[in-house]
Design a protein around this ligand. Sequence first.
Ligand code: ATP
Ligand code: MG
Length: 723
Amino acid sequence: MDITAIIDSLNDAQRQAVSAPARAMLVLAGAGSGKTRVLVHRIAWLIKIEHIAPHNILAVTFTNKAAKEMRGRVEDLLNISARSMWIGTFHGLAHRFLRQHNEEAKLPSTFQVIDSDDQLRLIKRLMKSMQIDDKRWPAKQIVWFINAQKDEGRRAKDIPETQDLYLKVQLSIYRAYEELCARSGLVDFAELLLKAHETLRDNAELLAFYRDRFKQVHVDEFQDTNTIQYAWLRLLTDGQDNLFVVGDDDQSIYGWRGAKIENMFNFQKHYPNHQLIRLEQNYRSTGNILKASNALIACNEGRMGKELHTDSGEGDLISLYAAFNEQDEAYFVVERIRQWVAEGHSRADVAILYRSNAQSRQFEEKLMATGTPYRVYGGLRFFDRLEIKNALAYLYLMAHKDNDAAFERIINTPTRGVGAKTLETIRELAKRDNLTLWAAMVELIRTEHFSPRASNALKSFAVLINKLIKASEGLELYEQVKLVVEDSGLLAFHKKEKGDKGEARAENLEELVNAARQFEYDAESAEGASELDVFLAHAALESGDAQGDEFEDCVQLMTLHSAKGLEFPMVFMVGLEEGLFPSQQSVDDPGRLEEERRLCYVGMTRAMRLLYMSYAESRRLYGKENYPRPSRFLKEIPAEQLQEIRVRANVTKPVATVKPKMGTVALGSSGRYKLGQRVRHVKFGEGVVLQVDGEGTQERVQINFASAGMKWLMLSYAKLEVL
Ligand code: ATP
Ligand code: MG
């Protein structure tokens, strides 16, 4: 193997970075300029040319997938096994380190890593034993607090005592949680990083060993490192100038989770001998995609500043689709994918990227309906999600009291004080007398077997279920689901949780109501099964089958966050609406808004050849009908790079600033709405009909509202009054 393979396929700047003498290096460059490629080739260079052994190399990337790929690419380049190379995520490497040095870390050799769900459960249990009210101090918020402290490298003892009651309580829980974890040998995600840092910091011998061992330390996506991660890197490399990082300040998207974009500046201060290399050629995307994303990100202030150009041609314009509503949007996307596949392309070349997990359902259903294999990354499929399963379990149990699995799932969800021992007794009786769990519970209540407290908890559960059954009589399916989501306490339970997960869970529950509303019950094919039962079966089937496996050719679905570092020939960015993307929480906060814009930049720059962006004129999301405005990001993209998609020849584009040409007006079939007809809408007030389009349930009208501007409305949804 000669060096040409390592060097040949690089441009001058990349080559310079790859072959630099061992020293601190910052490769600062925009998306698709070959940063990750430089890292891979750098590692190959060190092994092949500098004769550094693979086990002397440390490389940190962002995801397990990226780590696997990096290792594979080094192995391919060199035709060797790179097993002994330390390459992985920060968490993965910290774990490996702690396993090897558990004694120095003062951890039992059997220590257990707990995930964030386990962590939350633990905190809840702890708070209960401390008699801290979970309503006043939501456990989710406590977890958030503890992890944020750990990410900053602070133990409970490092936080000064305070008179602030709120902080005081949080601190006391943090302290107790630390003790509990130490006693039981439990390590949460944030603890992995903190512990690895402390162990290295406080053991001079160990530190000396690793500083000597790792001849060069590499980091991809450096802009998203947090304080403790950077501190750990510094321990290993400080004074040795052997930290090689690549990153892009314009792609920093984890500020909300503690990432410090400042680390890019800190690096330059802490490693004064560093070399800075900029890569300015983009190899990933066409000219139009690049121009559009450059223009978008230029709207941010305080950037480090970068230029990007490409030699590949202009390519297609970015397609912009204004959907009538979220279903139309999904329909459009899935149709385009079908065409693409029919032309002989592969499904794996296509990615659908969205801002929020709850958006995936529409696409999943349409893909499923057309038999298109797909895969959802970085998030559970909709019906597999914990909160959705919980809500469905209520519906199951209401319909079938003998459903023991459903019983188990919700007997104490949301928590109502049914302890493990109580549940165990119920299980025992059920087993002994061959009863369902429900029946066993009723029996134990009747015979006053339990203490009043346990007994009351069970009674409240039984009463709740019976009440729900009664209240749901005669209701539409979606009303039943709504009733359950709200009256079971699940919605309130998740809403109370602090942080993005609780919010996402509450949103998903509201989205479930939406799913039930759209569910089409065909009495004939149901063979006598009730609508609820058919709906439940639909949910169960959807969560199991039809999910493509790793080796199948699948359309890729993921959030914008999890798309970082990846690339696809064809990309759909959906839901570009104010309040969704940029998210509602960010619109009033300039800092967060800039992070949203960076996220948009990340999304757009995933596309190699074809980029579709879409928004819906009306969106039913989280159980509410919204009429959002198109995302401001769309306006920041130069018009020359955009082409509006027209699905029907006679539909003009619904852009607020453009007056439609009257000659293109098409009149729909209902005849109720004519050009110039004055109407009133409950929310938008008075307006004038400009166009009518479509038929039946798809019939829609374009109206110019005096105060709200131009809107397309679906007639089957919109309640319009003819004036
Ligand atoms: P991101 O910021 O999105 O992580 P990146 O800067 O890491 O992007 P890479 O993923 O390394 O960019 O490269 C983008 C694409 O360009 C890849 O397909 C890569 O193989 C290709 N590429 C990079 N450099 C070259 C080059 N010199 N010649 C040909 N192709 C290249
Ligand atoms: Mg990369």
